[in-house]
Design a binder for this molecule. Structure first.
Ligand code: THU
Length: 116
C-alpha cells in the first residue's frame, strides 16, 4: 500500500503496488510505471522482481499485489516472469478494502510454465 503511492499511472489511473518477499526475509517493492507509448508500461510485479534480482536476490517466498480491484491477479507476462524464480505465494488485495485478500500459489495461476 505504501509503495503504491509512487505508482506512475497517469493514463490508466490504476495504481498498483507490489511487495516481493525474499527467502532471506527482505522486501522489495514495485509500482506500475506507465508510458505515453502504452505498450512500454511495466507492471508493479515486474518492477519489484527487477529490483530484487538486481540486488542479488533470486529466491522468493511471496509477492503481495494491491490495486483498487477485487478481482486483481497478476497478468500473464508477470506470471511468467515470477515463475522464472520458482514457486511462491501470490497475495492479491483490494486497496479499497485490504481485509479482502485472495491467496494463490503461483503454480496455480500459471501451470505448465515455459522453461528452457
Ligand atoms: N498492472 C500492474 O501493475 N499489475 C497487475 O497485476 C495488473 C496491471 C498495471 C499495468 C497498467 O499500468 C495498469 O495496471 C492498468 O493495466
Amino acid at each position: 500500500m505504501a509503495a503504491r503511492r509512487n505508482a506512475h499511472a497517469p493514463y490508466s489511473k490504476f495504481r498498483v503496488g507490489a511487495a516481493l518477499l525474499t527467502k532471506s526475509g527482505r522486501v522489495y517493492t514495485g509500482v506500475n510505471v506507465e508510458n505515453a507509448s502504452y505498450g512500454l508500461t511495466n507492471c508493479a510485479e515486474r518492477v519489484a522482481v527487477g529490483k530484487a534480482v538486481s540486488e542479488g536476490h533470486r529466491k522468493f517466498q511471496a509477492i503481495a499485489v494491491v490495486a483498487p480491484s477485487d478481482g486483481l491477479s497478476p497478468c500473464g507476462a508477470c506470471r511468467q516472469v515470477l515463475a522464472e524464480f520458482g514457486e511462491m505465494v501470490v497475495i492479491c488485495a483490494d486497496s479499497r478494502n485490504t481485509h479482502r485478500v485472495h491467496i494463490h500459489l503461483l503454480s496455480e495461476l500459471l501451470p505448465h510454465t515455459f522453461k528452457l
